[in-house]
Design a protein around this ligand. Structure first.
Ligand code: ZN
Ligand code: ZN
Ligand code: FE
Length: 749
């Protein structure tokens, strides 16, 4: 049996099922999945097989059951056997699970021996991927190996009737790890004389949080920085110390009712919030938390998922808590204690250190409810690793993704596993994490580099490309960035032969001709690949990729084509950077051709008043989206659709004119969305008619903009064309590796 069947209480479940049907034999975790041998009456065997599917543990996912008859061996009983280790493991380890209801009841039951024990877990819940070093999933191969179970825990672990039967991370206060509180000042001294332990540590952390302190809290896949989200001074201090001036902070509500007081929760949003991944869910704010989510109409909310989180709130921690990944600006999340203590010194006032090590870093996943189902914006804790697509290939494929929002995909036996979010590969630490993520997946699935195909972006200067080319492999394959975006949507749907109009709008990607693409229309399928048939009208981009940090710099190239415009006087107040960039464009120095929709949004942002550098990728475009969402009307901003080109000049003229007559910036932003959405729909309709196609695919970071997708959808109307977007993997560059893998898998290498 294959699927997510290890680390989810599957063997104990099979054991109980065998007992129910009076069958003898055994079950074990093999490299290729769970293996079961059962003997008994035919009717009992049939009933067993039926129950196996219908009653499987909630967290499991059965991909396939292979049944074969054998000669009876006359087993006396049914038993759980030790894991075997023969070939390459294609069995998936389960992602981490949130604490279950039964464990929560024990956590708060004064009579229970695990009362207030922050590492309570059972076969239905607790850490998985974050603690496993290697498959198969058994305690000696996890970060729990150093702790020897006490008699009581061992008895539960051995008892088939117990909820903790073969629960690998099982522990209790008598035998397991604990939490300790280390004050920031003690870090340098290295003294641990008066560190609070256990409940005392948690209470002290709560006291500090209530006083407005910033506490580093060890979670499942790394450290969070926590503070009182209603304490503006604490939030400001956290921003100041973390060098994170504007990027939104996620908050943790104590429960669903608490979340409802923060954001508008649709049924779909609530389902995502309470799903076993316990992701950060992006939803419209109903409460203003100063400094938490600047310039945004949304807040990212999550629920407690570890016993520790529940204990913090039960002990009186402020509600809600800011819970942001513990790192310095863009570095990856800290997950090792020593790194956290040194790296976060000066940021955290104290550290709530958990003694159980983390095997690998995992950020919180991010999900946004959408028109036709949730969209995963970041796939990590609780969602990785996971099977996201099946591809018709026997060749092992490693696809390394792109340099921003990096995540890698590994294809083994035709099963595409999405690895966890790595982040932006601009820092040394992130590059190390990227290499570790690759080594990790290759080792976990025991992929030999002899027949491995490594896929990378076409961009020769990407760090991910350079690392990919340095990996031993049978072949290295380059895939163009925007084709990968479009392919990612089709791969996750299993629609590899469907011919579509594929539209990729994003910030930056290396084009076939070496120019900077990002507003591209394709026709084709994953199997036959995609022909670029239209694009945004090109503009010159002063400074190339580096212009992504400065909306003004992007604006210079677009506005250059409109002729002379006075942009220094009100309502505009463009500073000198704009003139410098315009000079470069005029002289053709350090200016590169681009069709990037992301840069077009930057230009609109600059015209609407966002003239400062951005603090995080996509910020200016998000700012325009949120401005538009607050508007009650829309200024007419038409885009031209002529032949193979989507022309933004009339729209930018309209924006400038509307600004000069003091129109509401929100209404202008809304008009740009409407105009662009309508033009995209017009182009898509024309291409679909010309090529006889019925499906439009939208992908790329710009289509994280739900308002823009809605405008395209509205303009297309009910004309028989279907719109497909990403749901499993992110529409941003986090989804690129799946698209790369799919295109390489079908490229007949
Ligand atoms: Zn549990
Ligand atoms: Zn114990
Ligand atoms: Fe992209």
């Amino acid at each position: 049996m294959r699927g997510t069947v290890q680390g989810v209480g599957f063997r104990p479940f099979v054991f109980r099922l065998a007992a129910r049907h009076a069958l003898t034999g055994w079950v074990l975790n093999g490299d290729d999945g769970v293996r079961i041998r059962v003997e008994g009456a035919d009717s009992a065997l049939e009933a067993f097989l039926a129950d196996l599917r219908s009653d499987a543990p909630a967290a499991s996912r059965i991909a396939a059951i292979d049944v074969a008859e054998g000669v009876p061996e006359g087993f006396a009983a049914f038993e759980i056997r030790a894991s075997e280790h023969v070939g390459a493991p294609t069995t998936r380890i389960s992602p981490d699970l949130p604490v279950c209801g039964a464990c929560l009841r024990e956590l708060f039951d004064p009579a229970d021996r695990r009362h207030r024990y922050p590492y309570v877990n059972c076969t239905d819940c607790g850490p998985r991927f974050s603690i496993v070093h290697r498959l198969p999933y058994d305690r000696p191969r996890t970060t729990m190996a150093p702790w020897k179970m006490c008699e009581a825990c061992a008895a539960e672990y051995e008892d088939p009737a117990d909820r903790r039967f073969h629960a690998q991370p099982t522990a209790c206060p008598a035998c397991g790890p604990e939490y300790v509180l280390v004050a920031g000042a003690d870090v340098a001294k290295g003294s641990d004389a008066d560190r609070a332990r256990g409940v005392a540590a948690i209470r002290e952390a709560v006291r500090l949080l209530r006083d407005g302190a910033v506490i580093a809290v060890k979670g499942v896949g790394g450290y969070h920085l926590a503070c009182d989200a209603r304490n503006a001074a604490a939030v400001a201090a956290l921003r100041e110390r973390k060098f994170r001036k504007e990027k939104p902070f996620a908050v943790m509500a104590s429960d669903v009712q608490g979340a409802r007081r923060l954001v508008t929760l649709t049924a779909e949003a609530e389902a995502a919030l309470t799903s076993s991944a316990r992701p950060i869910v992006i939803a419209p704010a109903v409460l203003d938390l100063p400094g938490v989510s600047p310039d945004s109409r949304d807040i990212g909310v999550m629920l407690p998922y570890t016993p520790l989180h529940h204990l913090l709130f039960a002990e009186g921690a402020p509600v809600p808590l800011v819970m942001t990944s513990a790192n310095r600006s863009n570095e990856p999340i800290a997950f090792e204690d020593d790194d956290a203590l040194t790296g976060l010194a000066g940021i955290a006032d104290a550290f709530l250190l958990g003694e159980r090590p983390i095997a690998r870093r995992l950020d919180d996943s991010i999900v946004r409810p959408g028109h036709d189902g949730p969209v995963v914006l970041r796939r990590s804790r609780g969602l990785a690793p996971a099977l996201v697509a099946e591809l018709p290939t026997r060749t092992p494929i490693l696809a390394v993704g792109a340099d921003l929002k990096n995540a890698v995909t590994l294809v083994v036996e035709g099963q595409a596993y999405a690895g966890p979010h790595v982040g932006d590969l601009e820092h040394y630490e992130a590059l190390r994490a990227f290499r570790a993520s690759i080594d990790d997946l290759l080792a976990m699935y025991e992929v030999s580099t002899d027949d491995l195909v490594v896929v990378h972006d076409l961009h020769p200067q990407y760090a991910s490309t350079q690392v990919a080319l340095s990996l031993p492999a049978r072949a290295h394959v380059a895939v163009q960035h925007h084709r990968a975006h479009v392919a990612s949507v089709l791969a996750e749907r299993g629609a590899l032969d469907t011919r579509v109009v594929g539209i990729a709008f994003d910030g930056t990607g290396y084009g076939d001709d070496g120019s900077i693409w990002g507003g591209e229309f394709f026709v084709g399928s994953v199997r036959e690949s995609f022909e670029r048939v239209a694009s945004l009208r090109p503009a010159m981009l002063a400074g190339g990729d580096a212009a992504a940090r400065h909306p003004l710099q992007a604006a210079a190239g677009f506005l250059f084509q409109l002729g002379p415009i006075e942009l220094h006087a009100p309502p505009f107040a463009f500073p000198a950077r704009y003139d410098d960039a315009r000079q470069l464009v005029a002289r053709g120095v350090r200016a590169f051709e681009t069709t990037s929709a992301g840069r077009l949004f930057d230009c609109v942002a600059a015209l609407l008043g966002f003239t400062r550098p951005i603090a995080f990728e996509g910020q200016a475009a998000m700012w325009v989206e949120h401005l538009a969402r607050g508007a009650t009307e829309a200024v007419d901003c038409p885009f031209g659709v002529e032949g193979r080109e989507l022309d933004w000049r009339p729209a930018l003229d309209a924006v400038i004119a509307a600004r000069r007559r003091s129109a509401d910036p929100g209404a202008i932003a809304a008009g740009v969305h409407r105009g662009l959405g309508s033009a995209v729909a017009t182009m898509a309709r024309a291409l679909a008619a010309e090529h006889g196609l019925e499906t439009i695919v939208l992908s790329g970071g710009v289509f994280q903009n739900a308002l823009l997708v809605a405008e395209v959808r509205r303009s297309l109307g009910s004309g028989g064309l279907e719109i497909w977007i990403n749901h499993q993997v992110p529409p941003n560059d986090g989804g690129v590796s799946l698209g790369q893998a799919a295109l390489a898998a079908l490229a007949r290498l």
